[in-house]
Ligand binder design. Structure first.
Ligand code: REL
Ligand code: ZN
Length: 417
C-alpha cells in the first residue's frame, strides 16, 4: 500500500487518470471490418458536424454552397475559416489541434497538406491501433443499426464480431420514433408486422430485436429521444417500451440506454449539424426506474438544466446509471461542472464520460480533455480528505478511476471482472 503524500497527490491522480485504459461506452465509431463506415483522417475530422455548424456561422453563401463542395474542399474551407481566419479556441477546434499534436505533427507549420500526406501513408488498421494506443482506449462500444443496409451486410457475413476491441449497442430509434418507417424495414427483413399494434406485431418486433441482439452480441439497447418524451403515456413509445423493449431486455438480460433531450433538424439545411438540445422531463426516467426495478437503465440527457435533477434521481434508483456529458455538454466548462456535482452527489458510482466520437482520431482529444478534468475534480476531493487526515493510497486512486472509466459500466451490465 503506497500512501500518496500531499505534494504528490495531484500529480499522481493526473498521471493515473491520463494513463488508465478506458472503456468508451457510447461512440459512433466502427471496427475496421465495417469498411467505409469507419471514418478517419484529416478530411473527416475537419468536416465533423460540430465544425460544420461552427464554420457556417462565418459564411455568407447559401447553405447549399457548402454541400455542393467535395469533402476535401469542405475541409479546406473549414480549415481556412475556423483555424486561419479565426483562432481555434472552441472545444471542437481546439480538439483538432490536440489531435494533430498527439499524432506528432508540427502544428506551428499550419500545413494541412503535410498532415494529409503523413496520414495517407497509413492503413486504416494501423491508424486504429495508433490512435487507440495514444488515446489509451481499449474497449469501444459502437452504435449499431440493423436497418442500415451497409452495416447489416457486415453483421450477416459474420464479420461484425471479429475485432474484440469493439462491442455492439443495438440502436432502436426507428422503432420508437418513426414507426411507419420501422414497419416498412421490418417487413423487408421478413418480419410479419403491421402498422396496427397487435399481438403478432409485438411478437415479431420482439423476435427481430432478440435475433439481432444475439447476432451482434449487443451490450445494450439504445435510443435517443426528443425532450418531450413522456412516460407513461398513451402513445406508441410507451407501448413499444412496455411490450417490446423491456421484455426483450429482460429476456436477454441487457440494459436499456436512453439519451434524452434532442430536437432533430432545427435547421434542416445543416444536415446532421442541424440538431438542437431540448429540456426534458426527468420524471419519465423516474417512472421507468420505479416500474421496472429489475431492469437497468443507462441514461444521459442533453440539456444542462436537467443534469442536477437527473443526478439526484440516480441516488434513488440503483437500476439507473447516468453516463457521459453528451454532445453540447462535452465542453470543458460543463464537463467540469457536471463531473463535480456528480461526484459530490454520487461519489464514484457513475460513468463520468463517453466520447460520442464519429471520427476515429477524435478519441484522442475527447478523452484527453475529459481525463484532465476528471483528475482535477478527484484531486480536489482527495486533497480535502488528506487535510482531514484520511490518506488515499495509490491503489485506491486506481480503483476509483477504474470504476469510473471501466468497471461501473461492465458491472452494470453484469459483466464485471
Ligand atoms: O447518439 C446520438 O443520438 C447523438 O449522439 C448523435 O446523433 C450526434 O449527432 C452525435 O454526433 C453527438 O455527439
Ligand atoms: Zn451518440
Amino acid at each position: 500500500q503506497t500512501n500518496v503524500s500531499k505534494a504528490d497527490l495531484r500529480q499522481t491522480v493526473e498521471h493515473l487518470a491520463m494513463s488508465m485504459p478506458v472503456t468508451d461506452m457510447h461512440t459512433h465509431l466502427y471496427a475496421p471490418e465495417f469498411g467505409e463506415l469507419l471514418l478517419w483522417g484529416i478530411d473527416e475530422l475537419l468536416t465533423y458536424h460540430y465544425l460544420i455548424s461552427e464554420s457556417i456561422r462565418w459564411s455568407e453563401e447559401e447553405y447549399s454552397h457548402f454541400w455542393s463542395m467535395t469533402k476535401r474542399e469542405q475541409a479546406d474551407w473549414i480549415w481556412q475559416t475556423l483555424f486561419l481566419d479565426h483562432s481555434p479556441v472552441s472545444e471542437a477546434t481546439s480538439g483538432f489541434i490536440t489531435i494533430l499534436t498527439r499524432l506528432g505533427f508540427d502544428v506551428s507549420s499550419r500545413n494541412l497538406d503535410d498532415y494529409r500526406q503523413e496520414l495517407a501513408k497509413r492503413s486504416v488498421n494501423e491508424q486504429v491501433d495508433i490512435v487507440m494506443q495514444i488515446a489509451g482506449i481499449d474497449k469501444i462500444v459502437m452504435t449499431n443499426d440493423p436497418f442500415d443496409s451497409i452495416e447489416r451486410s457486415v453483421w450477416l457475413s459474420g464479420n461484425g464480431k471479429k475485432d474484440p476491441r469493439f462491442y455492439a449497442a443495438l440502436r432502436v430509434d426507428t422503432l420508437l420514433n418513426d414507426w411507419p418507417l420501422a414497419v416498412n424495414e421490418l417487413q423487408n427483413l421478413g418480419y410479419d408486422v403491421q402498422m396496427e399494434w397487435s399481438k403478432q406485431t409485438i411478437e415479431e418486433t420482439r423476435r427481430f430485436l432478440s435475433e439481432w441482439i444475439i447476432r451482434m452480441d449487443a451490450l445494450y439497447l439504445a435510443v435517443s429521444m426528443p425532450g418531450d418524451f413522456q412516460y407513461p403515456a398513451d402513445d406508441h413509445r410507451s407501448k413499444m417500451i412496455d411490450e417490446v423493449m423491456i421484455p426483450v431486455c429482460q429476456g436477454q438480460n441487457i440494459p436499456f440506454a436512453l439519451m434524452i433531450g434532442v430536437r432533430r433538424k432545427v435547421n434542416p439545411l445543416l444536415g446532421l449539424a442541424g440538431d438542437m438540445s431540448m429540456r426534458s422531463d426527468v420524471s419519465a426516467v423516474e417512472a421507468l426506474c420505479r416500474r421496472y426495478p429489475d431492469q437497468k437503465f443507462l441514461i444521459t440527457m442533453l440539456a444542462r438544466e436537467n443534469q442536477h435533477e437527473l443526478t439526484v434521481l440516480a441516488r434513488k434508483f440503483r437500476n439507473l446509471m447516468i453516463f457521459g456529458c453528451w454532445w453540447f455538454l462535452h465542453i470543458e466548462s460543463i464537463v467540469e461542472e457536471m463531473t463535480r456535482f456528480r461526484v459530490e452527489l454520487l461519489g464514484t458510482s457513475m460513468i463520468p464520460q463517453h466520447s460520442d466520437c464519429r471520427v476515429f482520431e477524435q478519441l484522442i482529444y475527447k478523452w484527453e480533455h475529459s481525463r484532465k478534468i476528471i483528475a482535477k475534480v478527484l484531486a480536489d476531493k482527495y486533497e480535502k480528505l488528506h487535510y482531514s487526515g484520511w490518506n488515499v493510497t495509490e491503489e485506491e486512486i486506481k480503483r476509483d478511476l477504474d470504476d469510473m472509466l471501466n468497471q461501473n459500466f461492465w458491472r452494470f451490465l453484469g459483466k464485471g471482472q
